[in-house]
Write a protein of this length. Structure first.
Length: 358
């Protein structure tokens, strides 16, 4: 599901999971009042900084009747990257953790994996050995953990995993590691007539499994990387089977292409956090009229992680330079957010239950 040309770097990110196990997060500060929309929806987890004002001022300009920059509601499209923009992506992408854990779950019924280098490396925790397998290794992992099953069966597996899977450092479910300030932006935009989409490099079915429960974004508003499917009749039931073949990589230049194909409108607002989002922000900002492009800059090593140009996961290099030169909004997590993650009490009990497979 991930971008295959960078697969070797992604698996290396998994290697530092253990090193973060004993790193306890700092206590988050108390929220303070913030600006609200006309509906009363506000941004209380944002500090009173120029960044928050840039968001509020832009929304006011394009939604105020009579404004020279007014945009009708049907054209108010906002797109958001997922990993590192809406939820935690360090020390490894959540879906990568899922893939590796699936290998461990399936290993007892695959004794041959003990002698096959790729799987043996995973089971031994040898991430250098995994990385050495490159794109071929990723294809094998997709075949072993994601393919050969119906779409419904895969959705059920993902749902079950999210029920109990926790990040080691924060000792919280992955579904509880969404960024509260960004959740507030989603609600703020909706209250002002925007339609939100997630545009992720991760697998579309993986993210759809939690988009409604975590972000209140319906599955049909998730655009992501896809595998190929095969239509089949199984026990008299029409079924879509997942194949071990990648159909689309929704990363970098691929993001504007899939936005055009799925939405059919250039977004007014785009939020990302890495070089993989650069083209999505460029394309959004290049549209006519007032546009808004923003990067989430991970600057808080105490409450989360601090990384950018040197990171193997969520690298932010060229996009940051372009943001500074073109005056895109750069969200400084340490300075702009007084709260990091969603409160546990705000989470639904579990992700939405997928349909059962016959």
């Amino acid at each position: 599901m991930m971008r295959t040309i960078r697969s070797s770097l992604l698996v290396l990110g998994f290697a530092i999971l253990a090193s973060c196990a004993d790193h306890k997060p700092a206590v988050e500060s108390v929220t303070v009042p913030a600006a609200t929309s006309s509906s009363g929806i506000g941004l209380p987890s944002w500090n009173d900084t120029p960044t928050k004002h840039a968001i509020v001022d832009y929304v006011a300009r394009v939604t105020r009747l009579g404004s020279s920059e007014y945009v009708s509601p049907e054209a108010r499209i906002a797109v958001f990257d997922n990993d590192g923009t809406l939820w935690l992506e360090q020390p490894a992408y959540t879906q990568l953790v899922f893939i590796f854990q699936r290998v461990h779950v399936l290993a007892p019924v695959h004794p041959e994996w003990n002698t096959e280098e790729l799987f043996r490396s995973i089971l031994k925790g040898d991430m250098n050995g995994v990385a050495a397998t490159g794109e071929e290794g990723l294809t094998k992992l997709l075949a072993a953990t994601h393919a050969g099953m119906s779409t419904d069966a895969f959705a059920q597996i993902v749902h079950n995993w999210f029920e109990t899977a926790k990040d080691r450092r924060f000792d919280r479910l992955y579904t509880e590691l969404a960024y509260q300030p960004m959740i507030e932006v989603l609600r703020y935009l909706e209250a002002n007539g925007f339609t939100n989409y997630i545009v992720t490099g991760g697998g579309v079915e993986f993210v759809r499994a939690i988009s409604q429960s975590v972000y209140a974004i319906p599955p049909e508003h998730v655009i992501g990387s896809t595998v190929k499917y095969k239509y089949s009749i199984m026990d008299g039931v029409p079924t879509l089977l997942r194949l071990a073949q990648i159909a689309n990589i929704n990363d970098g230049p691929g993001k504007p292409q899939t936005i055009e194909a799925v939405i059919g409108r250039r977004p007014l607002m785009a939020f990302g956090n890495s070089d993989g989002d650069q083209q999505m922000l460029e394309w959004t900002a290049a549209g006519s009229g007032a546009r808004f492009a923003a990067l989430v800059h991970h600057t808080d090593g105490e409450r989360e992680y601090a990384y950018d140009k040197a990171s193997k996961v969520g690298k932010l290099d060229k996009a940051l330079d372009e943001a500074n030169s073109k005056r895109w909004t750069v969200i400084d997590m340490q300075k702009d957010w007084n709260t990091m993650f969603v409160p546990v009490s705000a989470q639904p009990t579990q992700p939405t239950q997928p349909a059962q497979t016959k």
